[in-house]
Design a protein around this ligand. Structure first.
Ligand SMILES: [Zn+2]
Length: 181
C-alpha cells in the first residue's frame, strides 16, 4: 500500500506537466512560450492606435489585456468585455506568418447585444450568436497583405473560425470551432 502510494506520487509531477502542456497549447507552439508577443493595432472607427506586449515571460500580462479590452470595446456603446486572449494569439501568429510590418486595422471586435442586433440584417453575414458577442472574434485587415491572402493564411492555421468579407475588405478570426466562410 505504502509502496503503491509512493510510486503514484513519483509520477504526479510528470502528469501535471503533461496536463499543463495541453491546457497551454492553443494556437502557439510551446517553444515560443518565452518569446514576448506584441500586437500593434489601429482602430478604424475611433482612430486610436495601441502597441502592447500582451504576453511575456511565459505569461499573459493582465494590464496589457485590460488595455486591449478597452481598446476593443464596442465603439457604438462604449461597452467592453474581457476578450479571449486566444484571439490575440491567432492575430499574433497570423501577423508573423503573413510577414507583415503593418499594424492591424481593427474593423470590429467586441459587440454588445444591442449592436449585434442592430447589425443583423438579411444578407449582412452577422450571426445571431456571433463570436463577437462573446469577445472571441475580431475583424481585421492589413495595409501590406491582401485580405484574400490573409484569409488563406488564417485558414491554414486551423485555429478557429475564419471569414472573408470581400466587399468590405476584411478578415474575421475567432476562437470558436474550426470553420470558414
Ligand atoms: Zn467578424
Amino acid at each position: 500500500m505504502v509502496a503503491t502510494a509512493a510510486s503514484a506520487w513519483r509520477f504526479l509531477p510528470g502528469v501535471l506537466l503533461l496536463l499543463s502542456g495541453f491546457a497551454y497549447a492553443g494556437v502557439m507552439d510551446s517553444k515560443a512560450d518565452s518569446t514576448a508577443r506584441v500586437l500593434s493595432l489601429q482602430h478604424t472607427h475611433t482612430g486610436k492606435s495601441l502597441t502592447v506586449t500582451y504576453y511575456r515571460d511565459g505569461q499573459y500580462q493582465d494590464q496589457a489585456l485590460a488595455q486591449l479590452d478597452a481598446f476593443l470595446a464596442d465603439f457604438r456603446t462604449g461597452e467592453a468585455t474581457p476578450m479571449d486572449p486566444g484571439v490575440y494569439d491567432i492575430l499574433y501568429r497570423l501577423h508573423d506568418k503573413a510577414g507583415s510590418q503593418a499594424p492591424y486595422q481593427i474593423i470590429s471586435a467586441y459587440r454588445s447585444p444591442a449592436t449585434n442586433e442592430m447589425l443583423r440584417k438579411p444578407g449582412s453575414g452577422v450571426a445571431q450568436k456571433s463570436q463577437h458577442l462573446l469577445g472571441k472574434a475580431i475583424d481585421v485587415r492589413l495595409a501590406d497583405v491582401s485580405s484574400e491572402q490573409l484569409y488563406n493564411i488564417a485558414l491554414s492555421m486551423q485555429a478557429g473560425g475564419v471569414g472573408y468579407y470581400r466587399d468590405s475588405d476584411f478578415v474575421h478570426v475567432d476562437t470558436g470551432r474550426v470553420r470558414h466562410w
